[in-house]
Design a protein around this ligand. Sequence first.
Ligand code: SF4
Ligand code: SF4
Length: 453
Amino acid sequence: MPQTPFHIMTKPIGPICNLDCKYCYYLEKEHLYPPRHSFRMTDETLENYIRQYLAAQPTQEIEFAWQGGEPTLMGLDFFKRMVELQQKYCPPGKRVTTSLQTNGTLLNDEWCEFFKKHDFLVGISIDGPPDLHDRYRVDKGGKPSFDQVMRGVKYLQAHEVRYNTLTVVHRYTGKRPLDVYRFLRDEVKTEFMQFIPIVERVGEGEGLLWLAPPPAIGEDASVEKGPPVQPWSVEPRDYGDFLSAVFDEWVRSDVGKVFVQLFEVHLGIWMGMGASLCVFGETCGSALAMEHNGDLYSCDHYVYPEYLLGNINETPLIDLVNLPAQKKFGDDKRDALPKYCRECDVRFACNGECPKHRFYTTPDGEPGLNYLCAGYKRYFKHIDPYMRAFTRLLRSGRPATEIMALVREHDAQRETQARWTSASRNDPCPCGSGKKYKTCCWSKRGQAAAHGS
Ligand code: SF4
Ligand code: SF4
């Protein structure tokens, strides 16, 4: 059987970071390794990984994704070596792309010249304007990081590096969608935005228990019976309203100019092309995570001992990716879906979202409902008519950007209708004549409306 494509998020410096973001689920991974462990990827692991990853991918274009912790702490020489190895092992006729996710605080001319030269796509983690960003994204001394991040953005802009943004929707950003969206669009000037909801359950102690691990598939981990969520977790309805409000602004003004990952993914689903993001797919399991020492885990959200598949320095990468345990991990996303989800009218778009968030109980008492369910129901129902309109446009060969004029025209009709409906006899006439309604159009429209026609 041909190999299916897979994706690995690689962490060359493990969880080590120069920031101390309060909501970061990844920092505590330090406790997975013994004290005084070196979290730096060795040359041997780097070469082993690049060689195996390139040989295993069936696609023409092969994407490497480097993440952290803060990957730039590895230093530029590591990435120069990485580029050399990618070129050395890239099979003839194939193309390699590289993306790197960073907090942006250590970027300078040297880094950005390098990114530009090798056409990196740089993801900047930024949560919105200063008060929202600095709420949780602070350095080791608890000081704000916003200014340093924006300095990094300026370097990227000066060197014309391709960049996008990754924004965590937390308890507070979740309440200010347009402040966040407009800031990213107008100040950071990003043309591609990723939003990810932060949802963490409270653990039972320090270290690895500080955050509760994701629920095992089928586990009855309902919030009513278990620990509550951390205070930075976005509230479910807020998340739905956040996405809906950003969508409303985007669909009226920015289609074709700004790309919002979730909207692109959902348009693909409405177009019948399936989910291009694991969380909305029926099954998952092809987005894995690799630690600095070659340890491969089922997923970035499941870096826990029970989801360790093995080490690529000991077992061939492709064998680990194809392990039955990994296939089961991915299939469980579908197989453990509660009846409430299976019968849900937006299941085709949601699929119960990520199993990491499935720790609520359905109204009929079944475990495994997604914490964000109430938000997703609102959001998917909200975008449905727009997505249908997009689909009609695209299927008839018209550009997606035409949706903006259609939506604005629809808005104008609704406004006009509302003006006529709410006007009383002594108000100025909604037709704009300057006369009173009762001496102008009232006899024609008001009485007709009063008689229900
Ligand atoms: S567990 Fe969640 S994030 Fe991980 S692969 Fe599955 S859907 Fe994606
Ligand atoms: S919206 Fe709620 S009920 Fe519907 S599939 Fe998603 S999580 Fe399940």
